[in-house]
Write a protein that binds this ligand. Sequence first.
Ligand code: SAM
Ligand code: SF4
Length: 462
Amino acid sequence: MDSAMPIIDETAIQATLEAGRVSDSVRVREILARARDLAGLEPGDVSALAGISDPELLGELFDTARWVKERIYGRRLVLFAPLYISNLCTNDCAYCAFRKRNKLVKRRALTQEEISQEVRFLVEQGHKRVLLVAGEAYPKEGFSYVLNSIETIYATHSGPGEIRRVNVNVAPMTVQEFRELAAAGIGTYQVFQETYHRETYRSVHLSGPKRDYDWRIDAPDRAMEAGINDVGIGVLFGMADWRFEILALLQHIGHLEERFGVGPHTISVPRLEPAVGSDLAEHPPRPVCDVDFRKIVAILRLTIPYTGIIMSTRENPNIRRETFALGVSQISAGSRTNPGGYEEDEKYASQFSLGDHRTLDEVVRDVADLGYLPSFCTACYRLGRTGADFMDLARPGDIRRHCDPNGFATFEEYLQDYATPGTREAGERAILDAVERMPPDVRRTSEKMLSEVRDGQRDVFC
Ligand code: SAM
Ligand code: SF4
C-alpha cells in the first residue's frame, strides 16, 4: 500500500462533519428524494442525514430506507450461524473476552471431531451457511488449522443437510495465506476495522499484531488481491463517534471500489456488548443509542444500496425486527459465541453477551410472521456470481430473478426438513403471499422450483 495515500483521511471527515452540522429540512428532503434513484449518496449527504433530530424528518429517513430496502431486496432475509472454533488469542483488545490477558475465560480450540459435531448440530437445525470465527492464535498446526476446519465443515453431512457456504472471520493474513483461504472454497472473508479512528484504535488494542492499524485496514486489499471477491467489513460501534465511523467506512469502500472496481459484499454493524473481564465493553466510551443505531442502518442503506448489511444476535429481537425493515439483508440466528457452544452450551465463556437467545426455528417463525422470507440461499458464490459480477447483476435489479426463486426454494427445503408445525404453517403462508406478488416470469421459475423441492429434490437453485 502507498503510505502517501492513506485510506482514511481524518481531516476530510472532520471537515464534512463540520459542514453538515447545520442541515435544514429542505436539504434533507432533497437528499432523501435523490436516494430513491438508488445511486447512493455523497459524504456531505451522509453528514446531513446523520444530523437529523426532528422526529418528522427522522420518520421520512426511515420511510425512504424502507422503500429502498424493499425495492432492492424485497422481503428476503438471509440466515446464517457463527461457528466459533477457538478462543485462543494473542491480542489484547480491551473490549473482547478472548483477549490474551483475560484470565476469566477458559481457553479451548476445538478438535476437527468437535468441529464436526458442532456442524452436525447446526445442520440439524437447518442451517446452510456458517461464519467460522476464531481468535488470533491457532493450535500447533498454525494457519492450517483454519484450512482444515473449513474442510471439515464442508465434509460434514447429517441427514438431508450440509453446510453449503463457509464465510470466515479470522485475523488478517498475508496474500499467500489469503490465496490458500480462497482455494479452500470460502464465501466471504470478513474483517472489521473495529474503529477507523486511529488514536482510539491505538488506545483499545493494547498489544499483539492487531495493534497495527494499517495491517488490518489493508486486509481486504490483500484478500481481493488473492482472489477473494467477496469481502465483508464493519465497525464495532461504541468506541468513537459513530458519525466519524460511517464516513470513514465510506472512504474505505470508496478505496476498494477505486482499486478493484467493486466494494465490500457486506457491512456489519455490531455495537459493543458486555464481555466477561472487559470494563470497556461494559461502559462503551461513545455508546450508540437505539435511535442512532436505526439511523446508522437507514443511512447505510441509502448510501450503499447494493451492499448487504448484517445484523447479529448481539442485538435483541425488537431492534433486529426494526432494522430488517430499514435495510438489513442478512441475520444470524440461534447463535453461540463460545467454541463448543452448540453442543455444550455455556460451559466455556462466550466472546460477548447475546441479545437474542431464540432458536433458529423461533427466529424463522417470527421473521415469516412479520412478512419476511427467510432464505438459506448459497447459489451466487457456487455459480461464481461474486465480486464485480454480482454487482453487475445487482445494480440493474437483475439479481432478484435469482434471489427470489432461490430464497423460496431454500426456505421450502427448511420448512420440509426442519421446521416445527407452527413454523411450517407460518412459512407456507409467507411463501404463498410473496410468490403471488412476483412478476410473471419470476413467479413461474419460483413455482417450478418450489414444486421440485416439495417433490423431494434438494439443493435446487438457479
Ligand atoms: N479475532 C479476529 C479479529 O479480531 O479480527 C476475528 C474474530 S473476533 C472474535 C470477531 C469480532 O467480534 C471482532 O472483529 C469484534 O468486532 C467483535 N467483538 C469483540 N468483542 C466484542 C464485544 N464486546 N461486543 C461486540 N462485538 C465484539
Ligand atoms: Fe482476539 Fe479478535 Fe477478541 Fe481481539 S477481537 S481479543 S483479536 S478474538
